[in-house]
Design a protein around this ligand. Structure first.
Ligand code: CA
Length: 226
């Protein structure tokens, strides 16, 4: 495995220095962007494996920057937030952040979260057999989904969510279980994120004969055809 590049977007010099130091010691190549403008340039230049993004930047709205990044690539993002505000966290999860830490945080904790996400998203080859439920075909190795032989373009989280459903067809999966399996962390009470992504997934699976059904008060299940 080549050394992963990480872009750290953080205007607070002392936090940036600390994070950079710990990530470098863990073996990552780190590029620092002290502003939103510099971050945009670095995303294109570095093509990072992961982004650590401070949501409170002087020249940019962190959530907007996150959405912008998401629109371009599926690069995982760990957000740093100064406030433990629900609204910002929920907005961040909806915009596609993979994890977050509230300041002040332990840099060791950040390093272990970074490693966990990279393990999850690097898609260990050979682990995923093709899943077929009705006319829905999920190929984890090629990261490809087809509905009735037509390729469907999904974002990383939508793909993982569909994969989780296809691994357990007919079984009710609770929102908490899906949060943990797909997002890799349990944020009790932030299950609305699951609802948002399920809706997006349903919208994209046009023509699928396997349906993601809502089980009221519990969660969701994938119902095979017939
Ligand atoms: Ca800041």
């Amino acid at each position: 495995m080549t050394t992963a590049r990480i872009v750290v977007v953080e205007d607070d010099a002392s936090v940036a220095e600390l994070v950079t130091l710990y990530l470098r010691n863990a073996g990552f190549i780190v590029e620092h962007a002290p502003s939103g403008a510099r971050a945009r340039a670095l995303f294109d230049e570095v093509k990072p494996a992961l982004v650590v993004l401070d949501l409170g930047l002087p020249d940019a709205n962190g959530i907007d920057l996150l959405k912008e990044l998401r629109a371009r690539a599926d690069t995982p993002v760990i957000a740093l937030t100064a406030r433990a505000e629900d609204a910002e966290r929920v907005a961040g999860l909806d915009a596609g952040m993979d994890d977050y830490l509230t300041k002040p945080f332990n840099p060791r904790e950040l390093v272990s979260r970074v490693k966990a996400i990279l393990r999850r998203t690097s898609g260990m080859p050979g682990t995923g057999r093709v899943l077929e439920i009705g006319n829905v075909r999920v190929d984890p190795q090629r990261h490809e989904v087809r509905v009735a032989d037509t390729v469907v373009s999904l974002r990383a989280k939508e793909f993982e969510l569909l994969e989780a459903f296809c691994r357990q067809p007919g079984i009710v999966l609770t929102r908490d279980k899906l949060l943990e399996d797909v997002w890799g962390f349990a944020y009790p009470g932030e299950t609305r994120t699951v609802d948002v992504h399920v809706k997006q997934l349903r919208d994209k699976l046009v023509g699928a004969d396997a349906k993601i059904e809502t089980v009221w008060g519990v969660g969701y299940k994938l119902v095979p055809p017939g």
